[in-house]
Design a protein around this ligand. Structure first.
Ligand code: FCB
Length: 509
């Protein structure tokens, strides 16, 4: 693209970015774990969808059954030194075989929405070519089981497990993946689109692009910011091409997202920190949302948008634009952001936990040039994440304002605590801290809805303790405890409590 085209594209992007340019103010304050509740605010709207979420690779196991191809995460987790405790997801929760028992738990907890993901290599073992009928049949049975139980099937089409063959062809930095992905979307729409109406193309696109190609913590383990930029652009193209392929195959399809977001607060009131916070929001929260809604990238970079490095071609703005029907995002914790030029060395440590930003290097890249920290003023979960209930209020309100009051789905929210069955209490799992976590986050969500946000669902992460990516089995986010030695499931006290909340449609004691 010539320089003039670059410039006019940057201007278009800057124009579009007006929405994303107003950062939240203050540091967000000290976490208040028990916001005051009056009866009306603790109640949720009629038909609110209480749900839970899982991801294929984390729960299914059966890694090489029924014609499934190898995935990037199979390869990565089979590589010595990549996963804590040398864990693999070859079996994990065995959900592939036990989905009926697990969906019965979803029903027992009175939940009406189950967000699950489809493993691409079960459908196309090599990532291209004809569909594997046995893979499709499996998900068809899952969908039927959900519908029979009166539960809405919410399908994430990609929760990070890429056919290894496509990784071998260069992975997401290879632009060809956008059209391969659209073919895959068309297959799903054709075979499952008569029964699935709610689709999210990608789980946390920034995270798998950045941790995979920019920070090396996820497969394929590369650390090159230029590769991350190319991957991000391919994913934008893939997202919108998938939307069109789904809609062409199924007239019932509605398409949204499952982005990872963290409300970002400037470290100081300086212009530089406020501008850095806006860049964080543009890059980590709304980059792909903005691309879909407007066909432009938001102002995530300190200078011009690096079109050349991204592999941008003239006309891509038309491909990228495919407005979403609803907006889905996860909320776990907040960020405090400063301009990288002024950021003091040190600060909070980044983990490789999936909700975090990965290594510090990328957060100080010269393109976005911000420094993001997770504060530790509030209590920490066993995964080391700060509990910050007000963040969900701020985030939901901010997205509502910036994107013209969309219908919102909270696609994930939850916490890891290691509580286990307690023998003297007949094997109960008394996980009070998780109940307190949900109580405080839900109270703030209710407040956002009360103030006008159109939130229609909340998906607790997650149904079952499972394989937590590079952390292996060292974290337990489930509403249900899983004993990985014998696959025994025990609904935790938090799961039973959440089931009562769902039945009452309000926060209960
Ligand atoms: C999210 C991921 C999910 C799980 C939770 C803890 O970022 O989407 O798969 O790892 O974090």
């Amino acid at each position: 693209m010539n320089r003039r085209a670059f410039l006019s594209n940057s201007l278009a992007a800057a124009g579009g970015a007006v929405f994303g340019s107003e950062p939240l103010r203050g540091r967000g304050g000290t976490p208040d774990l028990r916001p005051p509740l009056d009866g009306s605010m603790a109640t949720f709207p009629k038909n609110f969808l209480w749900g839970t979420a899982t991801a294929a690779f984390q729960v299914e196991g059966a890694w090489n059954e029924d014609g499934k191809g190898e995935s990037n995460w199979d390869r990565f987790s089979h590589t010595t030194g990549k996963i804590r405790g040398a864990a693999t997801a070859d079996v994990t929760c065995d959900h592939y075989h036990r989905y009926k028992e697990d969906i019965a738990i979803v029903k027992q907890l009175n939940l009406k929405s189950y967000r699950f993901s489809i493993s691409w290599p079960r459908i196309q073992p090599n990532g291209t070519g004809p569909a594997n009928e046995r893979g499709l049949d499996h998900y068809s049975r899952v969908v039927d089981t959900l519908l029979e139980a009166g539960i809405r099937p919410f399908c994430t089409m990609y929760h990070w497990d890429l056919p290894q063959m496509l990784e071998d062809k260069g992975g997401w930095p290879n632009r060809d993946l956008a059209s391969y992905y659209a073919d895959y979307a068309g297959i799903l729409g054709k075979h499952l689109g008569d029964r699935i109406t709610v689709w999210a193309p990608f789980n946390m696109p920034w995270t798998f692009a950045y941790l995979g190609y920019g920070a090396g913590a996820f497969p394929p383990g590369k650390s090159d910011y230029a590769l991350f930029l190319r991957a991000a652009h391919t994913i934008s193209l893939a997202q919108s091409q998938a939307l069109r392929a789904l809609k062409a195959a199924s007239s019932h399809a509605t398409v949204g997202s499952a982005y990872g977001m963290a409300p970002a607060y400037p470290k100081s009131d300086s212009d530089a920190d406020r501008a850095a916070t806006a860049r964080y929001h543009a890059m980590n929260n709304v980059f792909f949302l903005h691309a879909a809604m407007y066909g432009t990238y938001p102002k995530a970079f300190k200078g011009e948008i690096p079109y050349e490095e991204m592999g941008y071609r003239p006309g891509d703005e038309t491909i990228m634009k495919a407005p979403l029907d609803w907006v889905g995002f996860h909320y776990y914790t907040r960020r405090i952001v400063s301009d990288a030029a002024n950021a003091a060395a040190g600060g909070a440590q980044f983990g490789t936990e999936t909700e975090l930003d990965g290594g510090g290097a990328g957060s100080r890249d010269t393109y976005t040039s911000f420094h993001a920290e997770m504060p530790t003023e509030g209590p920490l979960t066993d995964a080391g994440l700060e509990i910050f209930p007000r963040g969900i209020y701020d985030l939901v309100t901010q997205i509502s304002k910036e994107y013209n009051d969309p219908v919102i789905e909270i696609t994930e929210s939850g916490c890891s605590y290691l509580d286990a069955p307690y023998p003297t209490e007949r094997g109960r799992v008394p996980d009070m801290r998780r109940i307190e976590f949900f109580r405080s986050y839900l109270a703030e969500l209710a407040r956002a809805i009360h103030d006008g946000a159109k939130v229609r669902s909340y998906h607790a992460w997650t149904l079952l303790d499972n394989f937590e990516w590079a952390d292996g089995f060292s974290q337990r986010y489930g509403l249900t405890y899983v004993d990985f030695r014998d696959q025994r499931r025990t609904i935790k006290d938090s799961g039973l409590w959440y089931g009562r909340v769902a039945a009452a449609n309000r926060i209960v004691g």
